[in-house]
Design a protein around this ligand. Structure first.
Ligand SMILES: O=C(O)CCC(=O)C(=O)O
Ligand SMILES: [Fe+2]
Length: 292
């Protein structure tokens, strides 16, 4: 399958695009079961690598009673090979390759997490860009937005998901004074649609939104609305060290262990090799880790 070039055009212009059917029918049940297990394991306290209610970014407060995300679902200790199998599956890899405009030999394995509804606490993320400070002056913002990091991030919904809000096109331009005012507060928005230009993104089961992680976005989490959304990113090796800051802060020691490598098919192993090479080239460690 090659993806329609209009997807890439939309992604480049709007900063996001929705693509259906990236979960092969044969994989769906396996992924749902894996997701249920990962959620139960996290809520019971068995899985410590979680995004906790009260924290927007890492480090996440380990003492929080509730979680809005499960981190590192491909970790061998999770014991769910369905996740890595999907991450390296044909339809997904083809879509990513199309959006990055790269060859398969340039694809770099990165993060794979899951976004879930908190069990009993409403929570929200304030308006932000993942890799530009909220306080950045207009010039700094413009400069940061001009750098193409050669990576894509996505949310694939197993169940209907209306948590995410974005401002289309905002990945290319600094915030207007009004947008800046509404994204400089520490408080989550009372009504995200008050943000000029904002839209709510609704995914039907099986749909994927790919979004530039520097698009202005926020999210609201309702404990009564079931969410199990696969949240991942993949890079293109031509991005080199520009990808390091975002990726390596998440604690990836476990990805260098042979125990993890052994769970991957050949394509996955090749993608992982490129991540390790990138990490070694920036001479960094693999970030903090809550388990290792
Ligand atoms: O929940 C979402 O869909 C968005 C998550 C997000 O913005 C983030 O993790 O930075
Ligand atoms: Fe974000």
């Amino acid at each position: 399958m090659t993806i329609d070039t209009s997807y890439k055009q939309l992604y480049d212009e709007e900063g996001f695009v929705i693509i259906p059917h990236l979960i092969p029918e044969v994989s769906r049940k396996g992924l749902e079961d894996a997701a249920e297990h990962a959620i139960a394991h996290t809520r019971s306290g068995g899985w410590k690598l979680r995004r906790t209610v009260g924290s927007q970014f890492p480090p996440y407060d380990p003492n929080s009673p509730d979680a809005w995300g499960v981190q590192h679902v491909m970790h061998p200790d999770m014991g769910e090979p369905a996740f890595a199998k999907w991450y390296t599956s044909d339809p997904l890899v083809e879509a990513v390759r199309g959006l990055l405009g790269c060859t398969e030999d340039e694809l770099q394995m990165e993060l794979f997490n899951m976004l879930i509804n908190p069990e009993s606490h409403a929570f929200a993320l304030r308006w932000h860009r993942d890799d530009v400070r909220e306080k950045a002056a207009e010039d700094e913002e413009r400069q940061a937005l001009n750098v193409w990091h050669r990576g894509v991030q996505w949310n694939t919904a197993l169940y209907e998901d209306s948590c995410l809000y974005v401002v289309p096109g905002s990945h290319r331009t600094p915030r207007t004074p009004e947008q800046r005012a509404r994204s400089s507060t520490q408080d989550p928005p009372e009504n995200p649609l008050d943000m000029p230009g904002a839209i709510r993104v609704t995914l039907k089961p099986g749909e994927t939104v790919f979004y530039n992680n520097n698009i202005l976005h926020c999210a609201t989490y309702d404990p009564h609305q079931k969410r199990a959304t696969l949240h991942a990113c993949m890079g293109d090796t031509r991005g080199g060290a520009t990808r390091a800051r975002n990726i390596l802060q998440h604690g990836l020691f476990w990805m260098k262990e042979s125990r993890f490598r052994e769970t991957l098919d050949q394509r996955g192993k090749n993608m992982l090799n490129r991540l390790v090479k990138m990490q070694e080239s920036v001479n960094g460690d693999l970030g903090y880790s809550q388990v290792n």
